[in-house]
Design a protein around this ligand. Structure first.
Ligand code: ZN
Ligand code: ZN
Length: 183
C-alpha cells in the first residue's frame, strides 16, 4: 500500500512514511471547508468533511514540484494551510510555529492506506447531520505523538526552515475573501 499522494495535475508529489504514527480523522470545521472553497476545490470535501491524517512532520516528504508549494491562512493568526499552487490541491495543515511538531495531511476523499477513520470532529459545521466521535482520543494522540517526536529530536519539517519560520511566505485571505469562502 502506497502512501504517496499527488496534486490533481500531477506536478507536485509528496509522501508519508509507511511506518509514520498517525490518526485518520474527518474534520467538518468551517475553516477546513473555507480553505477548500477558497481554492475552488470542494471536490476534496466529503459532505463538507476534510479527510486528514494527523502525523509528525519528519515523516512527511515533498517528492516533486517543491517550487509550486503555496500556503494560505484564513486570518492573521490562522493555521498554515499548505497546498499545491499549480492546481490548488490542499496538501497539509500545520500550526504557525514548529514548536509542536504536527502536520495534518489532507487526503483526497476515500484515500486508502491510512487506516480506519477513528475520529469525526467539528460536526456542528457539517452540511449534513453527522455524529461527532473520537475527538478526545485524536487530540490525546496528537499531543503525545508530537511530544514524543520533540523529545526524540524529530522536528524536521518540509514546511519550516531551520529558524522555525515557514519555507515560503503565505498569503492571508482578506476579510471579504474569508467571508465569501465561508460554508
Ligand atoms: Zn478543520
Ligand atoms: Zn498540481
Amino acid at each position: 500500500m502506497s502512501r504517496s499522494l499527488s496534486c490533481q495535475c500531477g506536478t507536485m508529489r509528496w509522501s508519508i512514511a509507511q511506518d509514520a504514527p498517525g490518526s485518520h480523522v474527518m474534520c467538518y470545521c468551517a475553516d477546513c471547508q473555507s480553505h477548500a472553497r477558497h481554492l475552488g476545490r470542494t471536490d476534496m470535501l466529503d459532505q463538507g468533511g476534510s479527510d486528514i491524517f494527523q502525523t509528525i512532520p519528519s515523516a512527511f516528504r515533498i517528492d516533486a514540484g517543491q517550487e509550486h508549494l503555496a500556503m494560505q491562512r484564513l486570518g492573521p493568526r490562522g493555521m498554515y494551510r499548505w497546498y499545491a499552487g499549480c492546481c490548488n490541491t490542499p496538501i497539509a495543515n500545520t500550526l504557525n510555529k514548529n514548536t509542536l511538531p504536527f502536520v495534518g495531511a489532507v487526503l483526497p476523499p476515500g484515500a486508502q492506506g491510512f487506516g480506519k477513520i477513528t475520529a469525526i470532529a467539528n460536526t456542528e459545521a457539517a452540511p449534513v447531520k453527522i455524529r461527532q466521535r473520537g475527538l478526545f482520543g485524536a487530540v490525546w494522540s496528537l499531543l503525545t505523538r508530537a511530544l514524543m517526536a520533540k523529545l526524540r529530536g524529530q522536528t524536521a519539517s518540509p514546511f519550516f526552515n531551520a529558524e522555525g519560520g515557514p519555507v515560503i511566505e503565505g498569503r492571508v485571505l482578506t476579510k471579504e475573501e474569508r467571508k465569501a469562502a465561508r460554508p
